[in-house]
Ligand binder design. Sequence first.
Ligand SMILES: Nc1nc2c(c(=O)[nH]1)N[C@H]1C(S)=C(S)[C@@H](COP(=O)(O)OP(=O)(O)OC[C@H]3O[C@@H](n4cnc5c(=O)[nH]c(N)nc54)[C@H](O)[C@@H]3O)O[C@H]1N2
Ligand SMILES: Nc1nc2c(c(=O)[nH]1)N[C@H]1C(S)=C(S)[C@@H](COP(=O)(O)OP(=O)(O)OC[C@H]3O[C@@H](n4cnc5c(=O)[nH]c(N)nc54)[C@H](O)[C@@H]3O)O[C@H]1N2
Ligand SMILES: [Mo]
Length: 765
Amino acid sequence: MAPRDILTSTHWGTYRVERSDGRVTALHPFEKDPDPSPIGPGIVDVLDGPTRITAPMVRESWLRDGPGARGDLRGSDRFVEVSWETANRLVADEITRVRRDHGNAAIYAGSYGWASAGRFHHAQGQLKRFLNLAGGFTSSVNTYSYAAAEVIVPHVLGSFRGHLERTTSWRSVAENADLLVAFGGVPLKNGQISQGGLGAHVQRSGVAAAHAAGVRFVNISPLRSDVMAAVGAEWIAPRPSTDAAMMLGLAHVLLNEDLHDQAFLDRYCVGFDRFAAYLRGETDGTPKTAAWAADICGLHEDALRDLARRMAASRTMISVSWSLTRQDHGEQPFWAAIALASMLGQIGLPGTGIGFGYSAMNYVGQTRRHVDYAALPQGRNPVGSFIPVARITDMLENPGAAFDYNGRRYTYPDIRLVWWAGGNPFHHHQDLNRMRRAWARPETIIANEWCWNSHARHADIVLPCTTTLERSDIALTSKDPFQVVMDAAIAPVGAARSDHDIFRGLAAELGFEAQFTENRSPEDWQKWLYDISRQSAARAGVSLPEWDRFQADGYAEVPAPERETVLLEAFRADPEAHPLATPSGRIEIFSQTVDGFGYDDCPGHPAWMEPLEWLGRTKDYPLHMISNQPRMKLHSQLDHGSVSRADRVAMRAPVIVHPDDAAARGLRDGDVVRVFNGRGACLAGVRVSDEIRPGVIQLETGAWYDPLGDTCVHGNPNVLTPDKGTSKLAQGPIAHSCLVEIARHEGPLPPVTVHGAPPLVPQAE
Ligand SMILES: Nc1nc2c(c(=O)[nH]1)N[C@H]1C(S)=C(S)[C@@H](COP(=O)(O)OP(=O)(O)OC[C@H]3O[C@@H](n4cnc5c(=O)[nH]c(N)nc54)[C@H](O)[C@@H]3O)O[C@H]1N2
Ligand SMILES: Nc1nc2c(c(=O)[nH]1)N[C@H]1C(S)=C(S)[C@@H](COP(=O)(O)OP(=O)(O)OC[C@H]3O[C@@H](n4cnc5c(=O)[nH]c(N)nc54)[C@H](O)[C@@H]3O)O[C@H]1N2
Ligand SMILES: [Mo]
């Protein structure tokens, strides 16, 4: 048999790797993928070159003066190259010092982030296993993606992730729905991605099949492009961050015109009466009529009335994009959508009800078998201290302060050492200028990174890691039918080591190497993970090939079950036999538990509360900025690569501006503008388009933070976004609630320098 091609798996697809003279020269789409993503090949030109970190690096002041030296210079100091021996000693001494003087809770290693595909070389898994053996660390809970949903939906439906993974399939929608009402659209740009790897992209065909079967799409979003043009969706563009009000207005029409399904509400829900009283205005004097909602949303009331009637007269699927949770009071749109879908009474029936974000990722709406694949055992973290993930700056600024979270009060720990492996806080966090000031406080910051992005530049000790193309692994994921072998295509670049090897070396320095590795090589571990996964698959009725066969074939495809996935089907069929994991066993339209927390920003039923920043109150900054997920990359990853760089305006991130807003400011296509508010500013390149609601601009995330004072010259929207929790309940990020102004940039254009290397101390010095 001829040797097979070299394969790799990424969060954006599977590729065949072409090599020449020990270098990767091209990535070719996997032949099983009908709709491959263009993102993958963007890695080829940056595997080596000026942005690659090829040796351990230590910030100059820190190396000279020790922990705590000149934290304010993080991001501008020079770096000194050191050997692995020196790096390991410095890190081991620092762990020992912090543990001895401050305890393990002083180490923050929530280390949020997407890292890379690969079951074994998962950066966070390796970091956490290592730190647990070293006595533990302060961790984080929930995600940036949908923290508000992760906390509220379990109170309402008993679980969030469990339901998300079982969102009703596209085929079921195509066969059974008439109308798909998509809050936040069905953005195909996002369906390129699936965490942990994917074989075949199915979102485009899912949308197309539903359209072909006669399903009509309603795109409720500030952006027309959030539903693909070919389906001819009706476009309703409310003001951003007003979805909860719109849903309440729709609910009021159903109630007022007796279009709601009382039998469903009686049998499957609790607390509708409390919600109905709020809708009628009995509790606050304000009926949530279509006119009331239309006024908040900046829409015509007839549009809402008409939509509500059509939803009641049709077999309707409501989709809520995850972006709705990343706003102030982000709990409310998901809760309100569940209440609205309950009033329509179609939850649990084929093709209708509610879906959590079609095309937010490739797996949403895909019928597949759920296998519990094994992960690297992380051991036990003896430290109980944690934060809701987006409270990082609050924690660094306020050691010892109290915070609320999901019904309880906790205290921020006093962090001395921060460690990130596989995430980029200078990408994901809000109000970066504020975060950068807080970032100056810890005594030491360690980063495992492969490229000189903003995260690596703001660390004290940089441990250079390999990319997936420089190590072998296996991509096993329950979110996709394809399980893929990841080959080591080339040798590690420079002195880079896999995260596993980095932690093995550190464990040796600290005297627990054998506990860390359990005397297994990376290949032994992978085979071990695979064998356990194979047994677990067998229990789920899935037959995976033996290890040698898997390696020889390069991938295995898990066949889809015959039956299409229908969310909450069993509950619908028999709510007594299959109750939800809520206190009542039913859908909690009113939650006694949440009500009992007594939060002023998250009452016991879905409600409208004015967001922190929105177009209903534009005193200083008149435009609403949407900072959504980027089209040509995943977050900040490969921002420096050819694919992302091709999608720029004057080397800056593109900002989409409506023609009216452009004209009012004398702006034209290709202009560089300053986008600013009271928190900071960034430069961006104008693209004028009428596919956006007037008064809204879109600046996608992902441009590497390149600060010049309080201005990011490259276009990272997170210098502008507010850093506040969604509510005391979930404390999620609110990146999508943000007002700004724009103006043409005057004077010479500052160069973008972040795609090179930071200043290094010459080796001889
Ligand atoms: N304004 C705004 N901000 C947002 C959002 C938004 O909508 N608007 N979205 C939020 C959301 S949903 C998310 S999920 C976050 C995403 O935020 P992150 O997940 O933090 O972003 P990534 O760029 O994926 O960061 C992954 C990092 O891991 C590194 N890496 C890759 N492979 C490896 C490896 O093998 N080992 C190590 N050690 N490192 C590796 C990459 O170089 C990169 O720096 O952003 C959030 N931020
Ligand atoms: N290409 C690509 N795909 C990705 C990612 C990526 O970085 N790149 N990231 C992945 C990750 S980690 C996640 S969590 C998911 C996130 O998936 P989503 O949360 O769905 O992603 P977004 O692009 O932030 O938002 C989707 C759309 O919601 C609209 N929107 C924003 N604010 C509002 C609002 O107030 N009301 C309404 N009705 N609509 C609004 C925006 O126009 C936006 O295009 O995407 C995943 N997919
Ligand atoms: Mo996310």
